[in-house]
Write a protein that binds this ligand. Sequence first.
Ligand code: ZN
Length: 366
Amino acid sequence: MQCSGLQADLTAIYCCPICKGNLSSLPDLYLCEQCEKVFPVRWGIPDFRVFRDSNYNPADEMLKAEQLVQDRGQLDYGQLRGLYIELTQPRRETWSPRLEDLIRDQNRRALSIEGRVRDIRFSIAHLLSIVPTQAAYGCQLALDNGCGHGMGILSLASSFSQVIGVDISFLGLLLAQKLLSERGVTNYALICACAEALPFRENLFNFVSALALIEHVSDQESMIRETHRVLKQGGAFMLTSPNRYFVREPHKNIVGVGFVPRRFQEKYVHWMSRNQLGYSGYRLLSYIELRSMMREVYGRSWTCRVHLVNRSIPPRTLLGKLYRKLGIIPMITESFPYKLFCATHTVIAWKDQTGEVKAELAKDIK
Ligand SMILES: [Zn+2]
């Protein structure tokens, strides 16, 4: 497909993430003309973060980034991911069996690229068929908010003329650069930024995705609000969110975490894993909480589907068989009780002409 809508100069779509003022582009940095904040550009990635991932201090992060950049010429994506884990996890000798299991599992999923790309593409195509507005595909601009190591960008790049990936982890973005260059993807740009304070002008994107992001951000409603702000009229927003009230916590693979009051969850995970795992920085939403946030921002212009393809439940276990059996009966999977306890919520929302008005209406109805 020939696309003329490609943005050669992305400066035109950026704005200050704090005051939303205009930016001047200088060599290796952006400068806000209004609040005079400076945003550096390193290895082609602008750093628009207004706060940091609490795991790293800036100096430590840059040292690790330099090491990744230095070695990425000789390593393939899988090997570079190994180095990334070495740099970001505690020393291997100190890994507990629990942590080792978790990392092995994450690795397995991260390296099954073809399967995951297929799943994401299938889900997006299906969800966009539900959207009543003229949303997506073709010579258009997409945003993958919380792009991690680039799997979402890889899935979107063949359907959109340009994909922008945003993530708070600078090191993760260096890994995404490697994956995308290995796969020959060129129509993308990577931005380091906070999902709650996007450095983009409003009414810009035809499609925004936030896959398994919301449980990691500190201000969840602001994150959703920002997606609405940067979406074009008629554009669509897809979100996946692991359910708080699913039996098993997907990040730690521990049963019952969601049923414990939030302030005791860290202690509970600690106790269940015999002091081997922590649980800070996670906030899984229940269906009711997610619904209320979506109503607040998108009014009635959204719908929640139960995740179409779910790899978080091992298919051969009794639970997996049960979920798969139930999953083929839409009357059950679209019902309210099922949504309360299913594994993952998938939301598709759209920004229509009267989006704002409808959001106001929904507030009144509540
Ligand atoms: Zn500013």
